[in-house]
Design a protein around this ligand. Structure first.
Ligand code: G3P
Length: 223
C-alpha cells in the first residue's frame, strides 16, 4: 500500500487509535503538542497508552526553542521507549542541529523532521540525516503555497541525489489532498481518524453494498 509504505495515524486519542488499528493497515502513530493538548493528560501517560493500543512506531515531538532544550527533550522522549518511540523534531535552525547530533549519537534513532513548508527546509533536514520529512499540506494551502509542487520538487531532489529520506506528508483536511500528495511523490502520510474514515465511507459504495445484501436476502427467501 502507498508504494510499499503504510500510513500513520495522526492522533493521541486512544479510542480512535483502537478503532483505526483494527483495520490492520497502519504503520504507527504521530503526535504533536496540539494533539496531546486535546487529550489533557501527561505526555508520558498518553504515550504509554498509545504504545499499548497500537503497533509500529510512535512519533513524539520534541519541545523547545534553544538547541539545549530541544536536545534535552529528545533524550526524555527516547527514555519513554527506545524500541518503538521515534523523534519528531521541528525543522528550525536549532532543530536541524539536534537532528544532526541525535543521528551522530545513535544512527538507529528514527527521526521525522516536522513543520516543513518549503523544499529548502526538507533538503537541510535530509542532509542532517532525517529519516522522514513532514510537509504540512493543508497548512501550506491555507497560506497560498502549493504543497503538490513542493512535494514533487522534494521528491526529485531526494531521488536525484540518492538521499534516503522519505516524505511523510502531514496536515490533511480531506481525502483529495491525500491522493494528490501521493501522486506528487510523497512516500507516505499521517492522517487523522476523520480522513481515514472518509477514505472508506463512500456513499455510492455503501448504496451498492446495501443492494447486494438485500438481494442476497431475497434470494434466500426464494430458494
Ligand atoms: O503532524 C502535524 C499535523 O498534525 C498538523 O496537522 O491538521 O494541525 O494542520 P494540522
Amino acid at each position: 500500500m502507498l508504494g510499499g509504505s503504510k500510513m500513520y495515524l495522526d492522533t493521541a486519542n486512544i479510542e480512535e487509535i483502537k478503532e483505526a488499528f483494527s483495520l490492520g493497515i497502519l504503520k504507527g502513530v504521530t503526535t504533536n503538542p496540539s494533539i496531546l493538548l486535546k487529550e489533557g493528560k501527561s505526555r508520558a501517560k498518553v504515550v504509554k497508552e498509545i504504545l499499548e493500543n497500537s503497533e509500529g512506531t510512535v512519533f513524539v515531538q520534541a519541545i523547545g526553542e534553544s538547541y539545549d532544550d530541544i536536545y534535552r527533550d529528545c533524550q526524555e522522549i527516547m527514555n519513554l521507549d527506545s524500541n518503538r518511540v521515534a523523534l519528531k523534531i521541528p525543522a528550525c535552525f536549532n532543530g536541524i542541529k539536534v537532528i544532526k547530533q541525535s543521528k551522530t549519537d545513535n544512527p538507529n534513532t528514527i527521526i521525522l523532521a516536522t513543520a516543513i513548508f518549503s523544499v529548502e527546509q526538507a533538503l537541510l533536514c535530509a542532509l542532517a540525516g532525517s529519516d522522514f520529512v513532514a510537509p504540512y499540506v493543508n497548512r501550506m494551502e491555507n497560506n497560498n503555497i502549493n504543497p503538490y509542487e513542493v512535494i514533487t520538487k522534494i521528491r526529485k531532489i531526494f531521488d536525484d541525489r540518492n538521499l534516503s529520506t522519505k516524505i511523510l506528508a502531514a496536515s490533511f483536511k480531506n481525502t483529495n489532498q491525500l491522493v494528490d500528495i501521493l501522486f506528487a511523490g510523497a512516500h507516505t502520510a499521517t492522517i487523522s481518524c476523520d480522513v481515514l474514515v472518509n477514505m472508506i465511507d463512500k456513499q455510492l459504495a455503501e448504496a451498492s453494498i446495501k443492494i447486494f445484501n438485500k438481494d442476497w436476502e431475497k434470494l434466500q427467501n426464494q430458494i
